[in-house]
Ligand binder design. Structure first.
Ligand code: DGJ
Length: 725
């Protein structure tokens, strides 16, 4: 049992292996948050915490005026709008009278085994009801009759929870949701830092850490996708927390569209953190009897810094987010032609890629952008998903057969959500894209975004995709998305529902992803969005891997991969060796091994020496696959902390094997440097594969490895593999 209800104290306690989350039903049905942090056995925290949530100038509910309770000061579990709490609210619903005062109080609750799934949105899942327990609390606004179901699912063994909110219009009039946060946590102090992942194209998910202050701090997207600019991840950590010590609270939104995460320090010293759909650009009309399910937030608590927080996320996502055939089996090692050829290729040329790939032990060839319609550059043809047989030298199925005959699997690129201005599809259906009538449509990369909130548009695109995927032996699809949404409106929605377009678009995307993964369960799907511009748990629910970034410079990649690893496991990180000149193949390979691994270059240009290195890398990919994909990641030296080196290691769950990698980013000043390993068993002895040297785990973790014997020039790197004796 991980969810407890104390009837006498009217208190909920949600325990995981390492955390407790506690709230109570206070006077007048207010849900008051009491504690979130390291696991505690006590049930009497209500008495402990009840120290007077009162501020004389703040409005108070009239029935509890004398109990020294102000909603603006009290830590609230689900704060409403305009009813005495002036901090960021968790919900605002505009009622038929036109005002949006919302005040939800406790009605009932239920506790059950397992976890419900959503009809039309991604969410973490359980394989068996015993793997999680769910608390559902019903709250109601007594004036409008609108209700909400607050869901908390506890994944006990992971120190993790998922939270979401369903708004139900139980009244007899239509209402409009203006804001609904899937998660709200009121911390009782503000002595925290906030860690976020900011970026842009070629610089995705770069770590940023800043102290919380009496300023509302937050990240958001209003670009229609989760975006390059801020990942829907944030951590609130103790001010002195590091990789291995201090409390760290991680939040990750299982959603691929507009979002916010705000941390607001109030004048009384507490911190409110909220996460949900970005209310900017969002409204949702609910007719009587209708409901709206907000996406879910994953929360993770670690008592040992950000390192443990990340490892909890990684295991949780490996076991309860990533699905399907490819979730746990070995992924094919692929070569993609994009960086080598752009759209300037022919079928014959790609066959030579496959021939070289075969010689080197690579499993799959991926044909990227440019195989359809009249697409020879990025100005045309998106939406015209008809094979360019002239380019491929015949029908796709024949071309794929030529590749397969070499013993190489075949994968293909799509950008289903887009239409080029110069395309037959746009000429036939100019109203099928996201637009606002009478207003010029901004263009990006010569393309518009198709209105995926519309079923007819989705049906058309999917029928073309279906035809291509079922007509040839296709093992892999790369799903790309290369511009953000602007002038957002849908021709299919009435004026009062235009602000539903953003969310309906995301639901439309999920609908197609759902159809694709259901109809083609054997296809490995890789997400992509101008590199890593939509790297979020929503996409990972359908696509077990996501292209991390178009930046394949190995040194710049380091900070992208370190940032990505904050919450996303190595098995999800699309990482390839490219022709980038900054380092040799060895270092490029050592860095790409952290992810799904593959190549993005012209294999015809390899020298004999290159080929030897590549063959060796392919062997290493197989040798280290399990420890990287199923092991635990320890970040040893993060590139944002040290200008000179980066280092990381994977340790198998049994602690029987470990792979350590280090890269010199810039020649270090210091000559002698000891790299202290982590995560090993101190009592075990480990043999280092190459030298045969034996060390205890205790020595490797406390004294460290002397790095003097390894190259110290820019771009040098090494990896060491340890096996327990
Ligand atoms: C952007 C992707 O990130 C690239 O890998 C490539 O697929 C191009 N799009 C193709 O247009």
């Amino acid at each position: 049992m991980s969810v407890f209800y104390d009837e006498e104290r009217k208190l909920f306690k949600l325990d995981t292996a390492g955390s407790s989350y506690i709230f109570e039903i206070y006077d007048e049905g207010y849900l008051v948050h009491l504690y979130y942090g390291a696991k505690i056995p006590d049930a009497n925290v209500g008495e402990f915490r009840d120290k007077g949530w009162f501020a004389s100038e703040c409005p108070v509910n009239i029935n509890i005026e004398n109990t020294r309770f102000s909603p603006d000061v009290a830590p609230l579990e689900f704060s409403g709008e305009g009813s005495g709490d002036f901090r960021s609210s968790a919900i605002a619903v505009r009622n038929a009278d036109g005002n949006n005062v919302t005040d939800m109080r406790y009605v009932s609750h239920r506790i059950y085994a397992g976890k419900p799934s959503f009809e039309d949105m991604p969410a973490l899942y359980v394989n068996d009801e015993s793997e999680a327990q769910t608390l559902e609390v019903r709250v109601r606004d007594s004036v409008t009759g609108v209700e909400a179901l607050l869901s908390y699912t506890v994944f006990e063994k992971y120190s993790a929870m998922t939270r979401s909110v369903k708004v139900i219009n139980a009244s007899d009039k239509a209402v409009v949701i203006e804001r609904v946060m899937s998660c709200c946590v009121d911390f009782d102090t503000h002595d925290y830092d906030m860690i976020t992942l900011y970026g842009k194209w070629l610089k995705e998910r770069s770590l940023e850490r800043a102290p919380l202050s009496h300023v509302k701090q937050g990240i958001f997207s209003k670009r229609g996708s989760s975006s390059h600019h801020h990942n829907p991840f944030a951590a609130i950590v103790d001010r002195d927390a590091g990789e291995d010590f201090g409390s760290a609270y991680g939040f990750n939104f299982v959603y691929s569209g507009n979002f916010i995460f705000d941390a607001e320090v109030d004048p009384f010293g507490g911190t409110r953190a909220v996460m949900g759909i970005n209310p900017d650009g969002f409204e949702w009309t609910l007719r009587p009897g209708e409901s709206f399910q907000a996406p879910e937030v994953v929360t993770v608590y670690s008592d040992k810094g950000t390192g443990k927080m990340s490892r909890i996320f990684h295991r949780l996502y490996t076991d309860h987010l990533i699905r399907g055939k490819w979730a746990k089996i070995k992924r094919p090692l692929l070569i993609n032609n994009w960086e080598a050829t752009g759209m300037d290729f022919t079928g014959d040329k790609l066959v030579t890629f496959a021939e070289r790939a075969k010689e080197l032990g690579i499993d799959m060839l991926v044909m990227d952008d440019g195989w359809f319609g009249t697409r020879d550059d990025d100005t045309s043809a998106l939406g015209d998903w008809f094979v360019n047989e002239e380019k491929l030298g015949g029908p796709l199925s024949d071309f794929v057969s030529r590749i397969n005959a070499l013993g190489i699997k075949f994968g293909i690129w799509f950008e289903p959500e887009m239409v080029s201005r110069d395309s037959d599809l746009y000429r036939a259906h100019p109203d099928w894209c996201i637009h606002v009538p009478g207003r010029e449509k901004s263009i990006a990369r010569h393309q518009y975004v198709l209105d995926f909130s519309r079923e007819d548009v989705r049906d058309y695109i999917y029928s073309l995709m279906h035809g291509i995927l079922s007509g040839s032996n296709i093992a892999y699809v790369k799903w790309d998305f290369n511009r953000y949404l602007s002038e957002v409106g849908s021709a299919a929605l009435p004026p009062e529902r235009q602000k539903e377009t953003f969310h309906r678009y995301v639901l439309g995307l999920y609908d197609i992803l759902n159809r694709l993964t259901t109809d083609f369960p054997d296809i490995l799907l890789e997400g992509c969005a101008s590199g890593g511009g939509r790297y979020d748990p929503g996409i990972l629910y359908y696509a077990p891997q996501i292209w991390c970034s178009d930046d394949t410079d190995p040194i710049e990649r380091l900070s992208i991969q370190f940032g990505t690893s904050m919450c996303y496991p190595a098995s999800t990180m699309g990482a390839h060796v490219s022709a980038s000149p900054r380092t040799g193949y060895e270092t490029k390979g050592n860095i790409a091994l952290w992810g799904t691994f593959g190549y993005e270059l012209d294999p015809n240009k390899f020298t004999e020496e290159d080929k030897e290195i590549i063959r060796e890398q392919v062997n290493e990919y197989h040798k280290y696959y399990d420890v990287i994909h199923s092991g635990d990641l320890y970040r040893l030296i993060t590139p944002d902390r040290d200008d000179f080196r980066a280092a990381w290691m994977f340790v198998s769950r049994s602690k029987e094997a470990a792979l350590v990698t280090s890269v010199v980013m810039r020649r270090p000043e210091q000559n002698t440097f000891y790299l202290k390993l982590k995560g090993l068993d101190p009592d075990k002895y480990y043999v280092e594969d190459e030298s045969g040297e034996v060390y205890s785990g205790a020595l490797l973790m406390n004294a460290g490895l002397c790095l003097n014997r390894f190259g110290n020039d820019d771009g040098d790197s090494f990896k060491l593999y340890f096996r327990a004796l």
